[in-house]
Write a protein that binds this ligand. Sequence first.
Ligand code: ZN
Length: 498
Amino acid sequence: MSQTYEKLQPYLDKSQALGAALALFSWDNETLAPKGALERTAKIMGTLSMELYNTIMNPEVRALLVELREADDLTAIEAKVVKDLWKQYEQMEKIPPEEYQEFSELSAQSGAIWAKAKQTNDYSVFAPTLAKVIEFNRKFAGYRAKEGQKLYDVLLDDFEEGFTMEKLDAFFGKLREEIVPLLKKITEKGQVVDKSFMRKEYPIAKQREFNQFLAEYIGFDFNIGVTGDAEHPFTNGLHNRDVRFTNHFHEDNLESAIFTTVHEGGHGIYEQGVSDEISETPLGGGASMGMHESQSRFYENIIGRSEAFWTPIYGKLVETFPEQLAEVDLDTFIKAINYAEASLIRTESDELTYCLHIMIRYEIEKRIMDGSVEVDELPQLWNQMYEEYLGVTPPTDAEGVLQDVHWSMGSFGYFPSYALGNAIASQLYNQMLKEMNVDELLLAGNLAQIKNWLKEHIHQYGQLKNTDEMLIATTGEPFNADYYVAYLKEKFTKVYGL
Ligand code: ZN
């Protein structure tokens, strides 16, 4: 190890420890902590966060990084750690501290204001705050922009390195051209699938039992992982030997918890698969939001909604709920879990229409960032685009422009990663099919080989490589949305007999 890097190591170790402590607190807050504790715990977390920030952002570390950027004796992992930390410095140093402070104060309140506006279905409650959040985002992006770089491109790069509007316009353009007409065809066919059996009474204790089995079945390792209950499902972890995800069980909904298990389980398997030498470095998480989402969506949709996946285990589900599923054969179940229908709410939408919800948000964010739409015009623009692309008009703003929390947090540029995740999953799947008979493995209940393939090509690297680098190494080409479009067309043409 280079001597200078050795001097950096204690700072990295401390930031790992603080990061793990914060992860544990946030897990606890969402699962077991008593409600009355939240305020005081928030203060403790604030102190730890500040300490974490100062551990890395200080003159000593900065000086070490300046030296290390010139070093030629670093390992690949060390060099990437230095590169990423330096990028953080560069970004932060361009924003005047007093403006950043102002923005932090605004962010601390904006979530609650948004929640109130949504609850009372009153956009005017949120609009002035949203206008301020947007102003800060545009200003900060302006400070950070390289010469000639557009503001929205600066923000997009934060979430997925190298994915500019030029790339995303092509991606969403393809979706618009191919998926909007496909959805119209499905809607016109008017084939109704009876999903009512999903909403019978399913005792939660029994659901737990099945979902525990399911998580293990797909490859989530309970020796280095644990699950819990929370209002909103999520995955987090302290490191690769302690990965956690939550579920939310509804007594009147069978599929909700099942697809949460395969989705969050996919995130969890990713985190558990990061190699030991990377896990305890700043590169220990997933490569990006989009890559993370590709793994969860791969398990949830590509594998988890397929007939081959359910063939060996559907009997077990029926055994768990013999009365509720007495009349439901495998074929009916598969049709029900692949039902596609235009709807208003992104988080409740199906595999086919999901990407259109994201496309609409992308188009709106583009216009917010180039200043061609005013905050007051957003509800109308939102509704107009839902009508145009999904054929549904939100009756209220709560079910329209106010439905997502992201903008209140200033997370512009985040949404596209959800759709990219689906597309990356399809590209990886296409390659996987060339190397193994996935259906045969699923029918035999052998998911280990699938997990190992993902670990070998994606999981083990953590953040050592970016999305395109891993895609090129694995599939021989950079990101290519054609596989996703082809996958959706083939699947839904078959499901709906078009
Ligand atoms: Zn996810």
